[in-house]
Design a protein around this ligand. Structure first.
Ligand code: GDP
Ligand code: MG
Length: 304
């Protein structure tokens, strides 16, 4: 009899959720970036462990919402956690250990309170232990453990792959009996055009650093299968101000050209086929208030 279920990966922005899911699944399904809040939707990775299929929901960071878009992300994140058969809370262990006032004021604390309020138990994953001293790690572990919401603690480096298999085994052990939801060789449930848009968004962020903080979004407008097996993808990069348009284009179009090259190369590796990528930059003031863009990102538009 096969087993199959969902694991919600929750944690503060930048804790390493995407890196962990990628490591568990073994192929790049979620976008990893040093900038926080790049994951806006519940991207899933699907992993097999023996006869067990695990569907990972890489939730957007759960943090204190301010903007409308933030609220939609938080809601999606908790919904993902509530529907799951197991929850993993992942924390940036060195960052947490270095906080002067402990972890009381930050996102991890808010998440722990959320778990308590929802009466949910989770596995605790202390990430980024590479280069961290035991003397700081153990007190942090005790402190978090004393919250009483964790069934199991894992010490890992998602980046180096250390400790990953124990997490995978634990998750597999939590999956209920049932038929597989996905073909065994399927790594990602995210539609290809969303994935393609995420890839371009990642390249934009990596390239433009702080010049364009969260002011952009990317949509794959057209997806054309060609007879020779290649695919033609048209994407629009939406910016909120005219001045941001020239930043994305760069001098003589150099910046967008580079972003397009990087994105195309990654898409070709991921999709295993030739990709013709065409990028357009459009001004759309207030895209963060646009319903259609929310549904395109797999999010519910928050009312009020
Ligand atoms: P998310 O926002 O929780 O999805 O975090 P990401 O997976 O995007 O990772 C945020 C940053 O932390 C990236 O720069 C990762 O390379 C880095 N990171 C993730 N895991 C580790 C780790 O185990 N060790 C170290 N040193 N860095 C890590
Ligand atoms: Mg992420």
């Amino acid at each position: 009899m096969t087993h199959c279920g969902f694991v919600a990966i929750i944690g503060a922005p930048n804790a390493g959720k995407s890196t962990l899911v990628n490591a568990l699944v073994g192929s790049k399904v979620s976008i990893v970036s040093p900038k926080v809040q790049t994951t806006r939707m519940a991207v899933r990775g699907v992993a097999m462990r023996g006869e067990t299929q695990i569907v990972f929901v890489d939730t957007p960071g759960i943090f204190k919402p301010r903007r409308k878009l933030d609220r939609a992300m938080v809601k999606a994140a908790w919904t993902g956690a509530g529907d799951a058969d197991a929850i993993c809370l992942i924390v940036d262990a060195p960052a947490l250990a270095n906080e002067p006032e402990g972890f009381s004021a930050n996102d991890t604390h808010a998440i722990i309170e959320g778990l308590k309020a929802n009466n949910q138990k989770a596995g605790l994953i202390l990430n980024k232990i590479d280069g961290m001293k035991r003397e700081t790690l153990l007190p942090l572990m005790d402190k978090l453990n004393s919250e009483g919401v964790f069934e199991q603690v894992f010490l890992i480096s998602a980046l180096k792959g250390d400790g990953i298999e124990d997490v995978g085994k634990w998750c597999a052990s939590k999956m209920p009996e049932g038929p597989l939801l996905y073909p065994e060789d399927q790594a990602a449930d995210i539609p290809m055009r969303l994935l393609a848009a995420e890839i371009t968004r990642e390249k934009l962020y990596l390239r433009l650093h702080d010049e364009l903080p969260y002011a952009t979004t990317v949509e794959s407008e057209a997806w054309e299968e060609r007879k020779d097996g290649s695919v033609k993808i048209n994407q629009v990069i939406y910016v909120q101000r005219e001045s941001q348009k020239s930043i994305v284009l760069g001098k003589g179009g150099q910046t967008i050209k580079k972003i397009g090259e990087l994105a195309r190369t990654e898409m070709e590796t991921l999709f295993g086929r030739r990709v013709h990528l065409f990028l357009f930059v459009k001004l759309k003031e207030g895209w963060a208030e646009d319903r259609e863009i929310y549904s395109g990102m797999g999010l519910e538009y928050p009312e009020e």
